[in-house]
Design a protein around this ligand. Structure first.
Ligand code: 5GP
Ligand code: ZN
Length: 112
């Protein structure tokens, strides 16, 4: 499958990895929108959060555990944001589910 994040997960496309385990990979976003901007992806291809089912939902909890650990490691005690864009209106450009972990500056709400 021609999926850029599957290729990042397999190592076929290089990335700056900050964490990996059997289930997920975390790496630095190519175009960071905050001092800390990481992407956390499942190794398995899931197109978006819209494809989460009772059978595969455990990966989401696992990714949130990893996010909490990475936020601590990056000293984001003042706060941070985790977001997953879904579909066209959600602004999703890569069709492999990913969670943005953003921190190191104050975030606006609501997002544009
Ligand atoms: P989305 O717009 O789908 O929510 O987020 C996709 C994110 O992936 C964007 O923030 C974009 O900068 C990042 N991105 C796209 N291609 C690559 C890549 O090849 N390497 C890395 N490290 N990030 C990428
Ligand atoms: Zn994929």
């Amino acid at each position: 499958m021609d999926c850029v994040f599957c290729k990042i997960a397999s190592g076929e496309i290089p990335s700056t990895r900050v964490y990996e385990d059997d289930l997920c990979v975390a790496f630095k976003d190519l175009e960071p929108q905050a001092p800390v901007h990481l992407l956390i992806i499942p190794r398995a291809h899931i197109a978006s959060v819209a494809e989460i089912t009772p059978e595969n939902s455990a990966i989401v909890a696992h990714i949130f555990e990893v996010a909490a650990k990475l936020a601590k490691e990056n000293h984001l005690e003042n706060g941070w944001r985790i977001v997953s864009n879904v579909g066209e209106d959600g602004g999703q450009s890569v069709k492999h589910m990913h969670f943005h972990l953003l921190g190191g500056r104050a975030m606006a709400w609501p997002p544009g």
